[in-house]
Design a protein around this ligand. Sequence first.
Ligand SMILES: [Zn+2]
Length: 129
Amino acid sequence: MATNDPSIADAARIARAISHPVRLQILNELRGNGAYVMHLTAALGRPQANVSQHLMVLREAGLVRAIREGMTVLYQVSDPEVLTVVDTLLGLSQKRMTNRMAASAEGTGSENKRRPRGKCRCPRCRQES
Ligand SMILES: [Zn+2]
C-alpha cells in the first residue's frame, strides 16, 4: 500500500486510467456530447476490440459512462472535469513542444494533420455529411 489516504489512492487510480495514449485520444474524442464506439474506432483507426478494451479501463475508473441507444452505445465522460485534466496535460505538452521547436533549427514543417473524419459512418457523422 503506497498510501493510507483514500483520496490520494483514488487520484492515482484516475491518473493510471488516463495515462495511455489511446485512452487520452478516446477522452479527447468524447468532448461535447460523447461518441459512439463506431466513431472512436474510425477516428482512432484502431480495431473495435482494442477501443472497447480501453473504454472498459476508463469505465472501471469511473471516467466515462455508457448510454445504450438502441443497437449502439454512446460513451460520454462522467464528469466534465475529466476533460479539464486532459486539457491540462495536452496544454503542458503543447508548451513543451513549442519550446522544443523554438530551440531547434528544424522546427519548421511539422504538419499537425487532423484525423480523417470522412470515413466514419456513425449516426452523427452520417448526419453531418
Ligand atoms: Zn462518427
